[in-house]
Design a protein around this ligand. Sequence first.
Ligand code: GDP
Length: 199
Amino acid sequence: MSPFHNAVFLKSAAAHEDLPESVAELAFAGRSNAGKSSAINALVGTRIAFVSKTPGRTQLINFFAMGADRFIVDLPGYGYARVPAAIRAPWEELLGSYLQRRAPLRGLALVMDVRHPLSERDRRMLEWFRPTGKPVHVLLTKADKLSRAAAREVLKGVEREISCLAPNFSVQLFSSLRRSGLDEAAATFRSWLDGGADA
Ligand code: GDP
């Protein structure tokens, strides 16, 4: 059974002081509407990530607990260009420092719509995270929207690009709708959570 199956919503964090004590966590990021909530739900096996979409929580860091000290962390979706700078600045600051300095964070799951991979914000996210030396696994989701051949072409292209950025950046096809790619994703994330601090 997936290690994520017992995950329950714990809390939303708006500031550093709100971040829970943790041993290991896995964060999900992606452009709004890329399919991040659906991917988390597919891995956990319930519609858990819709908590993150409820009013007041969309710009917060949402923690789902798997036991006492391990977490799935749902980061705010990006790409809402119209959010005023005064609102955007504080949470970008929180997000940036979370990604760059959070010690228990083992790796980043970056969700992209297979039809629109590697947006400018996605690239910035990869550049931003790269100095941590921690792994990134890209989920090219909604793979069911493309033919198998077209999806493989996208996969190869993204693989080529991200492998140039860092040796521990990886990518796979995923579909929450078809529940395809679940085992591969779960195996990668499990290895991060079960590995040592520098896994
Ligand atoms: P989020 O904003 O990144 O959390 O995206 P959601 O998970 O809410 O998904 C955005 C939209 O894409 C919704 O209408 C989902 O039903 C749809 N969607 C998400 N994943 C898939 C998928 O794997 N296949 C298809 N066909 N649609 C998907």
